[in-house]
Design a protein around this ligand. Structure first.
Ligand code: FBP
Length: 251
């Protein structure tokens, strides 16, 4: 089913603020005194006029009035895992589509670890979620992260385009992939995604100049934007950096 991306894009492009790292990595790995507070993140999203803010269900629930007041579209990640788990990659559903809608979600997110011995389980779970979300008119952003014994590099040309294609084949509206730094490889990945739109993950903290160069590559390759977390809310001047990124995306 075709759903509209209007609520989570601007002129067909997007900059999303990702903040599920508290679950994925733990507070001591990524957070400081300021950005450990979800209100700090909501404030960045609101002032920076992001196209969406990504939370797990708990923050979406506990900070619901602040999120609603910010008017930034809420994107709820429906699955996740902690970094304490060391087995073959798997993230199971933690929130239903119904709950996400009741919390005011304008889109939902889900991660599939392709290459994991559990990938079929996540694909199957995703299918049910997708059916329900699309029936309710909710777009889906699918994080496609290659992971597992068979994956040597998660950003090689072959793997990046495979991740994109999986998004198209499974019916995601937008896929979020990791970028390895080769613009031609990304171009092929975007082409492989067909009518499914592509956004690129921010990744581990990088120099500002590297992030801006990456943003430019991403847009030139035909992706619609970025879903950034740490690189933005760990930056001492998140609003300045947001403006610089937006200038490149909406040039
Ligand atoms: P960052 O911009 O901070 O890398 O966030 C992007 C993201 O996809 C988050 O949504 C997620 O928490 C994190 O990366 C997971 O990354 P990994 O699985 O590689 O630890």
């Amino acid at each position: 089913m075709k759903v509209s991306l209007n609520k989570i894009t601007k002129k067909g492009k997007a900059l999303y603020l990702a903040y599920d790292q508290g679950l994925e990595h733990g507070p001591s790995t990524d957070f400081n005194d300021k950005n450990v507070d979800p209100n700090y993140i909501i404030n960045i999203a609101q002032k920076g006029k992001f196209q969406g803010i990504v939370f797990q269900k708990g923050i979406a629930e506990k900070y619901n009035s602040e999120i609603k007041k910010s008017k930034i579209p809420l994107i709820i990640k429906l699955n996740g895992k902690t970094s304490l788990y060391k087995g073959e990659a798997i993230a199971r559903q933690l929130c239903t589509v119904k709950e996400a809608i009741s919390l005011g979600a304008k889109a939902i997110g889900y991660t599939i670890y392709i290459g994991s011995s559990h990938e079929s389980l996540m694909m199957h779970e995703f299918e049910k979620i997708e059916e329900e979300a699309h029936a309710k008119g909710l777009p889906i952003i699918l994080w496609v992260y290659p992971r597992g014994k068979g994956i040597k590099s998660d950003t090689s040309k072959e793997i990046m385009s495979y991740a994109s294609r999986v998004g198209l084949e499974l019916g995601a509206d937008i896929i979020k992939i990791k970028y390895g730094g080769n613009p031609d490889d990304l171009k092929w990945a975007v082409k492989s995604a067909g009518k499914t739109k592509v956004v690129v993950a921010g990744g581990p903290p990088a120099l500002e100049s590297a992030l801006l160069k990456q943003t430019s590559d991403i847009i030139k390759a035909g992706a619609i934007g970025l879903a950034v977390g740490r690189n933005l809310w760990q930056n001492p001047k998140p609003f300045d950096l947001t403006k610089k990124i937006q200038k490149i995306i909406w040039k």
